[in-house]
Design a protein around this ligand. Structure first.
Ligand SMILES: C[S@@+](CC[C@H](N)C(=O)[O-])C[C@H]1O[C@@H](n2cnc3c(N)ncnc32)[C@H](O)[C@@H]1O
Length: 488
C-alpha cells in the first residue's frame, strides 16, 4: 500500500479511502466498498506509468521478442523480465501480489475437458495451449528473464486473465496493459434474471477511463486511469467492473469462469458460410431430382458469392488494426445468440436458396431450427446437465441450486411442448436423411467425480444448449404453427 501511495495513487490504501481488497474462497480476491459510494464519484486515480504495457511500437519488446509474437506473449515476456529483477524491479510489489496459480481450462484434467462438448471451444483451448508450446522455445532466455516453461505458462495466463486495453485511434485496441488495483476488480456484466433471452440488468458498479494530463484536473503531469462509480454502492458490497460484452467462450477460456446468465452468450452453428451451404445441400437436396450437378453448383455459387460480397463490404468498414488472422477466422463463424439473435448471413444464404429453389419463404427458419436440433442431438441431453446443476449434493450454493431447479423445470416443459408440436415429427424425418455419424465413446459427466472444474464445464455447455433450445422455440413461435409458448 505504501508503494501505491509513493507512486501517486490516490483513493486506495488509506483508512479514509472507500475501497479495499478482500479475500474470498480459494484465494480469490476482489474489491469491496468500505463506505457508501455515490453514483458518479471518482474513486481511484492510477498514474498510467504504473502500468506494464505492450503496444506494437514498444522498442524493447520489438528488439527482444520474436517477430510476429502475439501481444500476450510480448506482455508475458515483459512481466517475466521484471519478475527476474526481484526487488530491483519498479513493479516488484505488484508482481508479488499476482496470484501464484491461475485456474483456467488450460490446466483441466483431460476427462473433464472432454465434457465441454463444443468443438469450437475445444479448438480455442487447443490453440491457446499450442500458443504457449510454440512461443516458449522461440523466446530468447533474455527476453523472459531466463524463466522456465512453467513460469512462462504462468505469466501467459496472468496476462490473458488480467490485461486491459485502451481504444486505439482507428477503433482497434491501442495499448494493452497490466495495472495494479484495476486488475483486482472482478467481472460483473449484463445478467438476465432467468432465461438468456430475458431483459438483462447491468451488474457492474465502476468504469475506468484513460484521462489526459490537461483534462484530469489533477496536479500531476501524467496520464491517469480514473475509476468512477457507475451507480451508488453500499458499504460491504463487492465492487464489480464489466470486462466487456462477450460470449462465455472468452470468459471461460481466458479467465476460467462462466458468468451467470450472460445475455451475450452465443453458440457456433457453422465454421463458415461454405460449411453452412454444404450442410444445407446434405439435408435439402434440390427439389427437382432431374437437376444436374453443375446446375446445383451454380445455384450454390450464386448464393455464396452474394453473401461473401456482403461480408467483404462489412469487413472493409472495420479498422485494419483489429483484422488479425484470429479475428478474421472468428468472424467467419456463424453463430446464434440469446434473444432470437440469428446471424444475418445464414438467414440470407438459406433464404436465397429457398428463393432459387422455389421453397416456401419459411424455409430458412426451418433449416436453422433443424441445425439447432441436430447440434442438440449430438450433445448430451440438457435435462441431464440441469439435473446435475440443480442437485444439492453437487451444487450446495442455495441460490445457484434454486436457479438451476427453476431452469430445469422450464426446459422440461419446453421440450415436452416441442415434442408434442407439429415440428417434432417433421424435423425428425429430415434429420433421418443423414446417416448417423459414429461418435467416440465418452464417459457421461454423471460418472465423473464432481469437482469445481466439472461444475464449470457443465455450466458452460448447458448455456450453449439453452441458446440452441431457445432458438428452436423462438423459431417455432415465429413459424406460428403452435399457438402457445411453453409455460414458465
Ligand atoms: C482481473 S482478475 C480479478 C482479481 C482476481 N479475483 C484475483 O484474485 O486476483 C480476473 C480473475 O478473477 C476471477 N474472476 C473475475 N470475475 C469473476 C467472476 N465474475 N466470477 C468468478 N471469477 C471471477 C477469475 O479467476 C479471473 O481470471
Amino acid at each position: 500500500m505504501s508503494w501505491l501511495e509513493a507512486q501517486g495513487v490516490t483513493g486506495f490504501g488509506r483508512s479514509s479511502d472507500k475501497l479495499s481488497i478482500f479475500e474470498a474462497d480459494a484465494g480469490q480476491r476482489g474489491i469491496i466498498a468500505i463506505q457508501d459510494i455515490a453514483e458518479g464519484e471518482q474513486l481511484v486515480r492510477l498514474p498510467l506509468r504504473l502500468a506494464l504495457t505492450d503496444h506494437p511500437r514498444d522498442e524493447e519488446s520489438n528488439r527482444l521478442v520474436y517477430e510476429g509474437a502475439p501481444w500476450s506473449v510480448r506482455l508475458a515476456a515483459k512481466l517475466l523480465r521484471e519478475a527476474s529483477k526481484g526487488e530491483d524491479s519498479a513493479w516488484f510489489p505488484f508482481i508479488q501480489a499476482l496470484p501464484t496459480s491461475i485456474n483456467t481450462p488450460l490446466d483441466y484434467e483431460w476427462e473433464v475437458l472432454q465434457q465441454v462438448e463444443d468443438p469450437y471451444m475445444g479448438q480455442a483451448l487447443d490453440s491457446a495451449g499450442w500458443l504457449t508450446q510454440d512461443a516458449y522455445p522461440r523466446l530468447d532466455p533474455h527476453a523472459i528473464g531466463n524463466a522456465s516453461r512453467e513460469e512462462f505458462e504462468w505469466a501467459h495466463q496472468v496476462v490473458l486473465s488480467r490485461t486491459f486495453g485502451s481504444a486505439g485511434e482507428d477503433g482497434g485496441v491501442g495499448v494493452r496493459f497490466l495495472m495494479p488495483i484495476l486488475d483486482m476488480l472482478n467481472h460483473g456484466g449484463d445478467q438476465t434474471p432467468l432465461l438468456l433471452s430475458d431483459p438483462p440488468m447491468a451488474m457492474d458498479d465502476v468504469r475506468w477511463n484513460l484521462v489526459a494530463p490537461d483534462s484530469s484536473g489533477s496536479e500531476q503531469d501524467n496520464w491517469e486511469i480514473v475509476l468512477t462509480a457507475n451507480k451508488a454502492v453500499q458499504a460491504n458490497d463487492e465492487v464489480l467492473l464489466s470486462y466487456g460484452e462477450r460470449g462465455n467462450d472468452e470468459f471461460f477460456g481466458g479467465y476460467g469462469f462462466v458468468p451467470p446468465r450472460n445475455p451475450h452468450e452465443e453458440m457456433v452453428l457453422f465454421g463458415d458460410t461454405v460449411e453452412a451451404l454444404e450442410w444445407h445441400h446434405h439435408y435439402y437436396p434440390p427439389p427437382n431430382a432431374e437437376e444436374s450437378h453443375s446446375e446445383t453448383s451454380a445455384k450454390y455459387e450464386t448464393v455464396l458469392e452474394t453473401v461473401q460480397d456482403q461480408e467483404e463490404a462489412e469487413l472493409k468498414k472495420l479498422p485494419a488494426s483489429i483484422k488479425s488472422e484470429g479475428f478474421l477466422q472468428d468472424r467467419k463463424r456463424i453463430r446464434i445468440g440469446a434473444a432470437d439473435n440469428l446471424d444475418g448471413r445464414l438467414h440470407a444464404a438459406y433464404e436465397g436458396l429457398a428463393r432459387i429453389e422455389g421453397r416456401g419463404m419459411d424455409h430458412a427458419f426451418w433449416a436453422i431450427m433443424l441445425r439447432c436440433l441436430e447440434l442438440l442431438q449430438e450433445r448430451s441431453p440438457i435435462l441431464t446437465d440441469l439435473s446435475m446443476l440443480a442437485d444439492p449434493a453437487r451444487n450446495p450454493e442455495p441460490h445457484e441450486q434454486a436457479y438451476w431447479s427453476t431452469i430445469l423445470q422450464y426446459y422440461t416443459n419446453a421440450i415436452r411442448w416441442f415434442d408434442s408440436s407439429p415440428f417434432k415429427a417433421e424435423q425428425d424425418e429430415v434429420l433421418a436423411r443423414r446417416p448417423q455419424v459414429e461418435r467416440p465413446e465418452i464417459l457421461g459427466a454423471e460418472a465423473l467425480p464432481w469437482s469445481s472444474q466439472l461444475s464449470l464445464v457443465i455450466t458452460f455447455r448447458t448455456y450453449k444448449k439453452m441458446i440452441a433450445w431457445d432458438t428452436v422455440i423462438a423459431l417455432a413461435a415465429e413459424l406460428n404453427q403452435v399457438p402457445l409458448a411453453p409455460p414458465r
